[in-house]
Design a protein around this ligand. Structure first.
Ligand code: HEC
Ligand SMILES: [Cu+2]
Length: 289
């Protein structure tokens, strides 16, 4: 259980990555709200379907620490082929450390770690030539060499983080309406508006996860920037672009809840982000270890 911003308790929430202790039987409850999925981590357990209105579960026990790949094994929609997830198996002490950190409220970066703008990674956004739409994994050579080590590096704040940029990103998280769908537990903007959206992944510790977007992309600055610039490119049909119910995402929704087009047939945007704003959001999200 974790503490909530209002002092209550709630189950711990993560996304894309299931972190478990080694040598311990784990019971996974499998639920789906809309379509059928199938939970499959070939090296750890058999395949079990997730079916709406039905409570399924499975047990598994991992013998070795490491980074294990999982894949949805039942056609579930436009982005099924790229519906991946990971299981990270840790030794007992590492697991407790991870758990304590995840239970904590969102981290606030300190000004002592400020970095000159010039040192930030610059990214070319005009096209994503380094990746193809729907490609199975878009990692870096370091990540591909050892996903487990990459995951471990991701657990600690970068010594190069820029506190001013992070603060700007934190404000933008409210200005750009990210807070409508996402939670960052314990964080508000400067006006005290809590970041408490519930329809999308909880981002309280997004900086500590090695992948984003259901494991399609490595969670480095370049990939996170690309994701925020054009989520549709990587996950066609996703709700961040198309909205959740009546809550608009990147596209403006009409009264019928469908994206609106202008007279030339182009979709009308609801959320506009320029590259500087995206850089600030990336810095903010990556400070959330
Ligand atoms: C309409 C609701 C909505 C809005 C508004 C929205 N998002 Fe999302 N976001 C989602 C959903 C749904 C996903 C999961 C997408 C998927 O993987 O299919 C997501 C995924 C993400 C992820 C990846 C999370 C993960 O664990 O993989 C990040 C980071 C993110 N959003 C940041 C933002 C930021 C920053 C903004 C504001 C500019 C924003 N979102 C606005 C719904 C929204
Ligand atoms: Cu699927």
């Amino acid at each position: 259980m974790m503490k909530t911003a209002d002092g209550g308790e709630a189950p711990l929430v993560t996304a894309n990555e299931l972190v478990v202790p080694v040598g311990t039987p784990v019971r996974v409850h499998l639920r789906t709200v809309d379509v059928i999925h199938s939970f499959w981590v070939p090296k750890l357990a058999g395949k079990v379907d997730m079916i709406p209105n039905r409570a399924n579960f499975l047990w598994f026990k991992a013998d070795k620490p490491g980074y294990y790949y999982g894949q949805c094994a039942e056609y579930c929609g436009d982005s099924h082929a790229i519906m991946k997830f990971r299981v990270i198996v840790l030794g007992a002490a590492d697991y407790i450390r991870w758990l304590d950190n995840q239970k904590a409220m969102a981290r606030t970066a300190s000004a002592a770690t400020a970095l000159r703008d010039a040192q930030r990674e610059r990214v070319q956004f005009a096209s994503f030539e380094d990746t193809a739409p729907g490609s199975t994994i878009a990692g870096s050579p370091e990540f591909d060499a050892s996903p487990f080590d990459a995951w471990k590096r991701q657990q600690v704040p970068s010594p190069a983080e820029d506190a001013a940029l992070i603060a700007r990103g934190r404000e933008l998280f409210a200005e750009k309406s990210c807070l409508n769908c996402h939670t960052v537990r314990g964080h508000t903007n400067s006006k005290g508006i809590p970041y408490g959206g519930v329809t999308a992944p909880d981002l309280t510790h997004i900086g500590s996860r090695s992948t984003i977007a259901a494991g399609v992309l490595e969670n480095n600055s370049r990939r996170l920037h690309q994701w925020l610039k054009d989520p549709e490119y990587f996950k066609p049909g996703n709700k961040m672009v198309h909205g959740v119910g009546r809550m608009a995402g990147y596209l403006k929704l009409g009264d019928d809840g469908r994206p609106v087009r202008d007279s030339s047939g182009k979709y009308v945007r609801n959320i506009e982000l320029n590259d500087e704003e995206i850089d600030a959001l990336v810095a903010y999200l990556h400070s959330l270890k």
